[in-house]
Structures are given as structure tokens and as C-alpha cells.
Design a protein around this ligand. Sequence first.
Ligand code: MLT
Ligand code: MN
Ligand code: ZN
Length: 292
Amino acid sequence: MKLKILGAAAGGGLPQWNCGCPNCRDARMGRIAPMTQSSVAVTVGGETVVLNASPDISAQLPACGLVPQGLRGSPLRAVVLTNGDVDHIAGLLSLRENSPFTIYATPSTLAILDQPIFRVLNPDHVTSAPIRLDQPFQPLPGLTVTAFAVPGKVALWQEDGEPDTALMGEQTVGLRLDHAGRCAFYIPGCAAITDALLDRLTDADLLLFDGTVWADDDMERSGTGAKTGARMGHLAMDGAQGSIARLAGLRARRVFTHINNTNPVLQPGSPERARLTAAGWELAHDGMEIDP
Ligand code: MLT
Ligand code: MN
Ligand code: ZN
């Protein structure tokens, strides 16, 4: 299997339309590479599964060579969703026009799509397949995917008051991908690393993990807001319980993705970036190809 990062940014992208933080300004000036929103393509035998459908998908597919081979059509056979956030589902609306594919998601995420606007995805061509936690399925011949619960919360737009940010269930899932003896994990949103999650990751060859924030207070420190990473359902990279420390013992190649535009690691010369690299992590970028 070949993985391609279609979009390495968290919701909003880099630059974000309304943001003038140093990272967004530098991305507009061409000083750091822009990033589109959170999505990964997995290709096996010329067919592709997209993990999360970002609002930028119309540009992401051709940028990664995922174009029609004939008059109509696409290598895209399926979309697998990890939650119901806008950055992960809005791109489905751009996949109308009657090409066949299957949407795999948990029943609670599929229920979100049961709204009139999603009827543009003609059910004669676009089918929904509910996935059960911890039950492997095959979206492509030879590619086995297993979804599992990770601590998280309901989608931002579903919040009603203070949400439980450490829910374990169908709202937020990670994906294990197995093909030809190689194993990759994709976890773009995760509020905490439990011991059970650590156990699960021991035999991974590749881990693509939630890189939304460096520290819990990235937004406050960048002057863009007061919301913490924890409140967003995203575990910080830094700190004793942060992802860098908690995942230090893994043998997997480790890559952060779903990176928020306020994250200081986006500055190549920053001390945070140096620490990330010294800890053996990589930062995803749009178009990055990974052969786990
Ligand atoms: C998130 O990952 O926290 C969400 O994508 C937030 C959003 O919908 O903008
Ligand atoms: Mn997101
Ligand atoms: Zn910004």
C-alpha cells in the first residue's frame, strides 16, 4: 500500500481564511508551505481509499494524481470517516456527480450524513457501509481496515454546552490499515493516549498521529483565542502526558498530521520543531508519500 497525505492541516488549513497569525502570514508570503485540510489517500493495486473527505478534496485529488483515466470516473473507490467534523466530511459534497464509491463510517457518523444536503450523493451510486468498532473490513481487495475508539468528543458543530472530551465510542475513531504484512495507523484526532491504545500500536510500522497542537495553550500563546487543545479534543505533542512522551517507545515511523495553523512546529527554525525532530518524529506535508 502507498499512502499519500492529501492534506496535512487541521480544520481551517494553512493559511486559514481569517487568520493573520505568524504561520498563516508566512504561508501567504510563500515562506512556509501551505497545507490543505486533513485527509490521506491509500492506494492498493491502482485503486484508492480516501481517509476523511476534506473541504479541499477537489484540489487535493488532482494534486496527488487521482484523476479520471477515461471520460468519467476516478480511482477513488471508498471514503472512510474517522469523525463527523467539518474538515472530515464536507468534501463528500464535492464528490457528487454520480461516480460510484462507498462511504465507510460508524453508525453515529453515518447518521450525521442523513441530512437532506447529502442526498446530492445519489444512493444509486454512493453506498454507505456501517463499520463496527474492532471489526475488520476490506474497502479494497487486500486492504484490511479496522476502526477502534479513541478518546474524543462529538463534532464541534454538535456541541451543546461543555462536551465530554474523553468519550470512548463511535464519535472518534482511529484506523488500523493492514496490507501485505505491513501495518499503518491513522489517528488524526485523539484526546489522550490510554494504555490500551499504546498496546494496540506496538506492532505498527507507521503511525500518522494527531498533531493539532504543540502545547495545550497554543492558541492563547499565538494570540488567536483561548481554546485549549484539551477542549478541542486534541492531545498536545509536548508535556509528560503528551504524544511525544507517551509514544516514545514505539518502533513505528511516527508522523504528525492534522496540524493546526497556530502550531509553532510549523516554523522550521523553531525550538519546538527541533524537539519534535530530535524525538524521532516527522511532520506531514501535503503530497507526502509514505510506503509503510
Ligand atoms: C477539530 O479537529 O477540532 C475540528 O476539525 C474543528 C473544526 O471543525 O474546525
Ligand atoms: Mn479536525
Ligand atoms: Zn493562523
